[in-house]
Design a protein around this ligand. Structure first.
Ligand SMILES: [Fe+2]
Length: 142
């Protein structure tokens, strides 16, 4: 059995390995060929454009680019877990239930608890892979 530090090192290693392979394996061209489903969210101060990578009754994965820098999502929440992977850029999440602020700098990731209200602002042009379980359209109004 792994000790806590060894487990964390293993998990961080796996995450870094995963993130390292994203730019090749999930290029825009490949995403288009995989799904052909372009998506575009209306953000405040800009847009989030990308692709729906994967969707089942249980999970939805989207890959979007937030631009220009400063573009933000207003406060919202999801019915389930939201896992954020940031392969490029920097994004700031603010949890509006207690004011907690979390910066995610590439390569990084964040798991947002079920139904926890949050807003997010890209500090630079930022690529975000969002994994929503269950799916709810990627962006739900709070
Ligand atoms: Fe969200």
């Amino acid at each position: 059995m792994l000790k806590k530090d060894e487990l964390e090192d293993t998990q961080v290693g796996k995450l870094k390995d995963f993130l390292h392979h994203i730019p090749e394996s999930l290029s825009v061209e490949r995403l288009a060929s995989l799904s052909g489903k372009a998506i575009e969210y209306e953000c405040d101060g800009g847009t989030c454009k990308g692709y729906l990578i994967y969707k089942t009754d249980y999970t939805e994965i989207v890959d979007v680019v937030m631009e220009p820098p400063g573009v933000w999502f207003r406060e919202h929440a999801h019915s389930g877990l939201e896992t954020i992977v940031v392969p490029e850029g920097q994004i700031e999440f603010t949890f509006t239930d207690n004011g907690e602020v979390v910066e995610v700098i590439a390569p990084g990731a964040l798991i947002i608890d079920r139904s926890r209200p949050h807003k997010a602002q890209a500090k630079e042009t930022t690529r975000v892979i969002g994994i929503l379980t269950p799916p709810n359209g990627g962006y739900a109004s709070g």
